[in-house]
Design a binder for this molecule. Sequence first.
Ligand code: EPU
Length: 419
Amino acid sequence: MEKILIQGGERLKGAVKVSGAKNAALPVMAACILTEGWHHLKNIPRLKDTQTIKRIMSGMGVLFEEQDGVLSVNTENIRDCQASYDLVKTMRASILLLGPLVARLRRARISLPGGCAIGARPVDMHLKALSAMGVEMFLEGGYINAEADHLNGAEIFFDIPTVTGTENVMMAAVKAKGQTVIRNAAKEPEVVNLAGMLRAMGGRIEGDGSDTIIVQGVDGLQSVEEHTVIPDRIEVGTFMIGCAMTGGEILIEGCRPEHLAAVIEKVQAVGAEVKKSEAGILIKGPEVIRSVDIETMPFPGFPTDLQAQFMALMCIAEGSSIIRETIFENRFIHVSELIRMGAQISIHGNQAMVRGIDRLLAAPVMATDLRASASLILAGLVAKEGTTEVHRIYHLDRGYEGLEVKFRSLGAKIWREKA
Ligand code: EPU
């Protein structure tokens, strides 16, 4: 096991290039299953989660080749349709394979994901929607066994907008007979990125990016010549927050500011200067950090995947702030670790009240999930008196590509060691 060590106190300076988004890469990799041939994907980040989906798909007979930053995926011979518990328990997003497998092979056997550190995270809405499209499913030994003689279009209404649920249904619907309408669909940029890939394969999709997506099923799809994964908006947000915390000045290259409107607005409210240009986002941290309330919401609202990082920022703000988490019921596990660094935070239901203090203190802390890990690293960047040690960073490696290397290139004193 490895740990990350940080000696806080350096202002971030310089330029950093953002990687492809994990949550856009996983669905487009899964979508390759929909039709045979070579698919060529650009900007796939090198992460534990992208390795995990490759391992699952390789076990099904999918071939992968990587050259000059392009991941080529061959789905000619799929001989198996199973995603085993061993791998699904390490990555819940494996459920994304269900839609494409039933669309291509008319059957799938996927381990049902259990709960995770941030919440129960059921997949009932995925299953209900696929069942309305003609998929028969039963649970056996912890696995969802799915079979479909035919796949029909359907009217789907999601009680809550679900990102991977919307993606699963879109992937099944492109090959279903007739029209599928998804209401209260997720509007996240990752959904739009997947829709772009499906269109490049010959799928007929409209309305992605809005809350109503209409898919007309087609008979045949072709493999995709080239599809580029969007930049990781959560990584961009993490750098923006790091810059605001350290009073630095950085240029974040290769990002899409339109994916970050809510985050930019909050970071400006804190006192940072943000300039958007062709080159990316230029951000200058404030001398005094103002406290600002946030509430997590589906896109275009403030993303839950940046809540823990924003909380680290509020820990050293002037005054108090309220952070309300509305997406996941248990996404405050980072709080007790931040408290070990001197933060003053109290939790009341789904709200955290953060009283800003002058300085955080270095301490050994434990990462509990992916975004909590990033929050603790940010706290470490400003912590005084010693070295912060962040343990269990395998969570970080699931979703950030060389985060500590990128922070080091911006002047932070941060490195990785064997624990
Ligand atoms: N939900 C249900 N039933 C379902 C599906 C979802 O009750 O069948 C609930 C969830 O428990 C949650 C809400 O609906 O309360 C929204 O969850 P959603 O389905 O949108 O989450 P997800 O698709 O499982 C994706 C990201 C998460 C991100 C959320 C919210 C991927 C692979 N994962 O998860 O990313 O937090 O959307 O934006 O796209 C992360 O990267 O750290 C991460 C957790």
